[in-house]
Ligand binder design. Sequence first.
Ligand code: ZN
Length: 440
Amino acid sequence: VVPIARPPFEHGEVVVEHGVIQAIRPAGHRSGADVHDYGDAVLMPGLVDAHTHLEYTALRGYIEDLPFFPWIRSLTAAKSLLSDDDWLASTRLGAAECIASGITAIGDNTDAGFTAQVAAEYGMRAAVYQEVFCVHQDDPVDQILRTLLGKVAVLRRWQSERVKVGVSPHAPYTVRPELFRELSALVQRGNLPGVSIHVAESAAETRFIQHGDGPFRDMYDRRGITWDTPFLSPTEYIVRTGILNNASLAVHCVHVNDVDLARLLQTGAAIVYCPKSNAKLGAGVAKLATWLATSGARVAIGTDSAVSNNTHDLFEEMRFGLMLQRASLEAVDVVTAPQMLDIATRGGADALGYGALAGTLSVGKQADIIAVDLSGSHTWPFTDPVSALVYSARCDDVRMTMVAGEILYEDGAFLTLDWPSVRKGSLAARSKTTMDKEDS
Ligand SMILES: [Zn+2]
């Protein structure tokens, strides 16, 4: 048992009643039909993917090997081809992947707006952030805001102890300052919960926001879009909008210096590290080691979706994220395996506002538990289970995924969804984007 809240111990059992953890103790107290014995496995808190876009899952492998700017342009073009049915199917595919991979909670930024429904249907814990964009100077800010609040109201129909709803002003370069002002006022009046924002992800973003040039400026010039340059770092700019608070997620933070970090931490926002997505798009390496060494920094980890990653495998994300720090800093002690496991469980739950309910195995908390088999040829033998989880384990070692005492997945079987129909349902979305590629 790896409770995270206290040291791991061997031959343990976790007692769950009415969705809540009642005891964590040496095994052998109980036997009978309601005992699930997972053998040489770790019982641990469910993993938390604090930043993804489940609706992009059907686009896995569709946009490969492009730098950040042309990648996001291709993604925007692909999005125009899909219908609501496609988005729903793609969101379901992503949720299924998460559940089978031991992810019990997600922070999901959605444009299409189906994640709350899917999370409720499948029993996942999800903090869902409705995305909003406002790029052109003639875009009607009042109307965009009304539409956004309407979408939030629709998402809130699915709100529960497991499903929370927030908003995501997409990024500093896709949301005009006028809209940031309106949203900040709503957040500060307590009318919107915390937000999730992509910030300081790419050099292209810094060039646009801080220096007023680069590919975003060129594209906007071609389209007749005017934009006053803030001449601030993207982080400083977002901090000054006043939109961040201790319920917010600042996602990526790759191009962040020490001054930016200090300003960000003053807001109370949590930072989401997305190492594989940032690496794959050539965006850079975020300074996780610095964040972890900074007091008051709240850190989570995210995959950032199948369209830039390509998997929701948090074991791989932890491993890759740790290795990147050690490789780039040429030092081993900069990040440890327990630290990575902590940010992928407790850190994520805390960042999404589920810290009191989940994130650790603790008596009285909800039973968000996974069983990870360590008897495989790539994990056996092991000494320290935490090392084995971070350095050897893979998403398909997950034998069981439970949220609030409800088993969603066990030994290859989904208990809250029909995998053949989810798999088939995603094909329509994929065929539309494939056809378009062949046409162009
Ligand atoms: Zn993202």
